[in-house]
Design a protein around this ligand. Structure first.
Ligand code: SAM
Length: 278
């Protein structure tokens, strides 16, 4: 029988957040693959679990996955853990999961802590729809382009950030997305857990020395991309508005219908306007 791959979530600070199932799986598997074996060893020691550990981090994911798949195919059960939280979420996991699925190996998630989920539910922002970005690129141009692409995002935006980059990222958010409401979810589940809820400009003004781990949540834009197009169109002349739809290949009847809808008026009014112009 071939083995199973377990994706085991571990605490993001408070060790009480490990689940009973996670502990049982970590005790039962043949190996644990871990992002930082020294870090995971501390967790295992705390729960008196002795298990062979294999190092598995982002830079060696592709190279090491075939060996791990071999072990799974030989019948070994493997658990993957990251330094904190849920594997595969801004952490190694995706690569081995894809390979396991290709090899018809069962992949079993063992749920638990995840920083962004807990930041979101306590943020006070909409939890109905959200957009998880994870870490922005370290390359300035890519970071800027990503934020620009989020300008008209109406869903709650969630970012991960390292403390030494927090100030720069908040500054970029202010200049690209504007003075939005944001929440900094800091040190979740730890002693200094804190939720800072304010406009990004106020947060920047009061930002002292930054320590700990952060999730940045940005309130979605009230204006969607479609709203923006409409706002721009309604500021144009009726002729320009007409040309906009004409260039999309629409016929006269449809164009008049759409302009009337956009401008919250009647089709007859628009029709009369163009009739008089003739
Ligand atoms: N896999 C993890 C998860 O499930 O959340 C995320 C790992 S990612 C490498 C680390 C980032 O997650 C940190 O830079 C920070 O943005 C966020 N994070 C992790 N633990 C946190 C905590 N206790 N409080 C706030 N943010 C945390």
């Amino acid at each position: 029988m071939i083995g199973k791959l377990y994706l085991v979530a571990t605490p993001i600070g408070n060790l009480e957040d490990i689940t009973l199932r996670a502990l049982r799986i970590l005790k039962e598997v043949d190996f644990i693959i871990a992002e930082d074996t020294r870090h995971t060893l501390k967790l295992l020691n705390h729960f008196e679990i002795t298990k062979p550990l294999i190092s598995y981090y982002k830079q060696i994911e592709k190279k090491k996955s075939p060996l791990l798949i071999e072990k799974l195919l030989e019948g070994k059960n493997i658990a993957i853990v990251s330094d904190a939280g849920t594997p595969g979420i801004s952490d190694p996991g995706e690569e081995i999961v894809k390979k396991a699925i290709q090899n018809h190996i069962e992949v079993i998630p063992i749920p638990g802590a995840c920083a962004f989920v807990n930041a979101l539910i306590a943020s006070g922002f909409s939890t109905k729809e959200f957009c998880f970005i994870g870490f922005l690129s370290a390359v300035k141009k890519e970071k800027k382009e990503k934020l620009e692409s989020l300008q008209y995002e109406t869903r709650t935006i969630i970012l991960y950030e390292a403390p030494h980059k927090l100030k720069d990222t908040l500054t970029c958010i202010l200049s690209i997305l504007g003075n939005r409401n944001i929440v900094l979810a800091r040190e979740i589940t730890k002693i200094h857990e804190e939720f800072i809820r304010d406009k990004v400009e106020n947060i920047l003004d009061n930002l002292e020395e930054v320590r700990g781990e952060f999730v940045i949540l940005i309130e979605g834009n009230v204006t969607s991309k479609e709203d923006k197009v409409l706002l721009d169109l309604n500021e144009k002349t009726l002729e320009e508005h007409y040309s906009f739809y004409e260039n999309q290949g629409l016929d006269k009847k449809e164009i008049i219908k759409r302009i009337a809808k956009d401008r919250n008026t009647t089709k007859n009014e628009i029709y009369q306007y163009f009739l008089q112009k003739q």
